[in-house]
Write a new protein. Structure first.
Length: 91
């Protein structure tokens, strides 16, 4: 159980560092597969530790993850699920 708590802490720390991230960024920085991270993220959203924002940006210059995204050379073709830390986290 302790490893799950540590993983949540690492995800929150990562989100705070970048302010807003998507699943790809979390997965690559934490080093776990997307399905594993996705389940943890779903639980964190349910517990209101983080919030999800679904966005679509036609111009990369307006996107909050433009410097971290693999699609920075072309407009987004899909909606992104971005995650931010909420004020409900006790740290």
């Amino acid at each position: 159980m302790r490893s799950n708590i540590r993983l949540v802490e690492d995800i929150v720390k990562l989100i705070r560092e970048y302010r807003v991230v998507n699943l790809d960024i979390i997965s690559s920085k934490i080093g776990l597969p997307k399905p594993v991270i996705e389940k943890i993220i779903e639980k964190m959203v349910e517990d209101e530790v983080i919030e999800v924002q679904i966005v679509s940006y036609e111009e990369c210059g307006k996107c909050p993850i433009r410097n971290l995204c693999a699609f920075s050379s072309k407009p987004c073709e899909k909606k992104l699920r971005l995650y931010r830390v909420t004020g409900n986290l006790e740290t």
